[in-house]
Write a protein that binds this ligand. Structure first.
Ligand SMILES: Nc1ncnc2c1ncn2[C@@H]1O[C@H](COP(=O)(O)OP(=O)(O)OP(=O)(O)O)[C@@H](O)[C@H]1O
Length: 226
């Protein structure tokens, strides 16, 4: 998928979260790093159609995230910082089935697709669990299944390893590495994006570096002064 920002800006009232940005992206793995409040989530929300640019435009394969909202939104899936909040049905299996059902698939097709998707992420055994019975890493994978069942072209992760222990972190990292979909990863866990070909560094609402992972991390360390 080709993402294009054309002087796109995002304001919340008087506060400018993302200053006007012009940019093209199409790499299979894209990292986004920067200090707290630097505009990373705002940038990603514009891509996912969760926020509308206050000025300028964002297009995905030429589809405008505002004018072609529905088609553009279908291209991405967003995994929030607290994935437990996006699992809305009481049981994991039902939640993963929600997307295919709303697309009008018959019961047998929904069942098959849900089984395949749970198996793909190695969480078939979690099918009948409730979200509060899952660990942080399992919640990430369940949310990932619920997103990928809808066949987005890109999955956007907002701090996917936040608060995970080493074991769960490794599981989530492996799941991201194994994705056939494009992935954008916003992270303070720099190891996650170190090998990415393209990593964006934001600072105070501005894109201040755009390049390979190692170089981006070096730039971020300069900004952070450590
Ligand atoms: N809904 C909102 N209303 C008002 N201001 C907001 C809102 N969301 C974000 N902001 C502000 O916009 C700026 C950028 O926030 P954003 O969440 O994009 O940063 P971030 O880099 O993702 O931060 P973090 O690493 O802490 O998640 C911050 O100053 C933040 O306070």
């Amino acid at each position: 998928m080709h993402i294009r920002f054309d002087q796109a800006e995002l304001r919340y009232g008087d506060r400018v979260a993302l200053k006007p940005l012009t940019l093209s992206l199409s790499e299979p793995r894209i990292g986004v790093i920067g200090l707290n409040g630097s505009g990373k989530t705002s940038f990603a929300r514009l891509i996912a159609g969760l926020a509308k640019p206050s000025f300028g435009k964002v297009t995905l394969d030429g589809l405008d995230t505002v004018a072609d909202e529905k088609a553009a939104r279908a291209k991405t899936g967003f995994i929030f910082q607290n994935p437990g909040h996006q699992i809305i049905l009481p049981v994991i299996r039902e939640d993963v089935a929600l997307g295919p059902k709303s697309r009008g698939l018959g019961a047998a097709d929904v069942d098959r697709l849900v089984d395949e998707t749970l198996a793909r992420f190695g969480i078939s055994d979690l099918a009948v669990r409730r979200p509060h019975e899952l660990s942080g890493g399992e919640l990430q994978l369940a949310a990932l299944a619920a997103v990928c069942v809808n066949r987005p072209q890109m999955v956007i992760f907002d701090e996917p390893t936040n608060q995970l222990d080493l074991k769960n972190r490794a599981k989530v990292k492996a799941a991201i590495e194994g994705l056939v979909e494009q992935a954008m990863v916003i992270s303070h866990d720099l190891d996650l994006v170190e090998d990415f070909p393209r990593v964006l560094v934001f600072h105070e609402g501005t894109l201040v570096f755009d390049g390979a992972g190692e170089d981006a991390i070096a730039r971020y360390r300069e900004i952070a002064g450590c």
